[in-house]
Design a binder for this molecule. Sequence first.
Ligand code: ADP
Length: 447
Amino acid sequence: MFEKILIANRGEIALRIHRACHEMGIQTVAVHSTADADAMHVRLADESVCIGEPAPRASYLNAAAILSAAELTGATAIHPGYGFLSENANFAEMVEAHGFTFIGPTPEHIRVMGDKLAAKALMRDLGIPVVPGSEEAIEDIEVAMRTAEDIGYPVLVKAAHGGGGRGMRIATSPQEIRSAISIARAEAESHFKNGAVYLEKYLAKPRHIEIQILADTHGNVVHFGERDCSLQRRHQKLLEEAPSPALNADQRAEIGNLVSAGVANLGYRGVGTLEFLFEDGVFYFMEMNTRLQVEHPVTEMISGVDLVREQIRIASGAPLGYYQNDIHLQGHSIECRITAENAKTFTPSPGYIADYHAPGGLGVRIDSAIYAGYTVPPYYDSMIAKLIVHGRTRNEALMRLRRALDECVIDGIDTTIPLFQSLITDRDFVNGDYDIHWLERFVGLED
Ligand code: ADP
């Protein structure tokens, strides 16, 4: 087992990884930008190294500085968390070329899944149903028009190397397709330095259902059922729950087993998430994320398995040590992503946190790196806390979430807590009756 792990991230996820390491008796090295010198992930780590200026490019994306920090401190493995370098195949390659262990899949798997068209082709070959659409990047507008006719309007133009909900445009008719392609292309080019786009059937009222898997280096694969991440704004998740109110046990077992078998065929290692759209009882694969997800805690709450600990064990070469039949999902869990934003306008609200009180009690978990007296810097993602609850039933989880939100005090900045407080009084949400477009109507945003 590793003695010292470098955590190449910041905020709540850096702390989350630190916690798993310390419970395993592993020392931690934090890296940080000059803006994060007082951050909790730095304060709690055993050692820390400043790796650059606030801009992510200069620090958290600075592979050379991160590798130097690992060298300097004698860390032998690097955990990338999510975001930043976590899905960068070149980084994973560099880590291994320098003799460190990358806590994640092989660079080859990261690379192929980072190309959504290649990932869809691979999954189709493995017998996993995919969203109907073009099989290659769009080169020629005439070909794109024919593909769109074949799959039927409306269609979605998507960035082949996209992420974070960017580089997506709907075309409802042939007249709109040309401009949708050029807008999506320009957005993809500016965000991902790769303008490749493709077409997909635009599903009108699907749910976003994703399956969590775990694979060791000895050929064992298990799944932990699904997370329902349909509550989204601008294609970004705000609240996730497990299990999904829309699936029954047979559907769960069927898609879970299909995914496990496919992943076993791939020879994949580590944690992974296969994202699907689910409409009228049918699953359509969208993409695979080759890293820990923000919403992984809801799966941990219903399974009792520490996914970060499992990532570290797998990276060290240990076998899973259990089978699918040993995994028992219990109760219901909900996560709210609390951001430093105005709950009505979503205007960013970084700044000084004058007072902070975290909710507690049975079945309540807070994953956060904020504290009273902390200043939320303006340079990074606006998420400041994940509030996760667990209950024996969905109703118990909802009641617990309501009282936990009421207990939470974050003074000095705007947060999205009021949005969640109104959400949990809504009848559709309470009934579990929502699709991926529901939340945008709820917050009055339709684009
Ligand atoms: P990203 O990698 O940018 O997050 P995804 O492919 O995961 O992109 O899609 C993000 C979200 O966009 C999905 O959760 C869903 O809400 C919406 N979406 C993606 N593809 C489709 C589609 N074919 N039809 C309808 N909505 C879609």
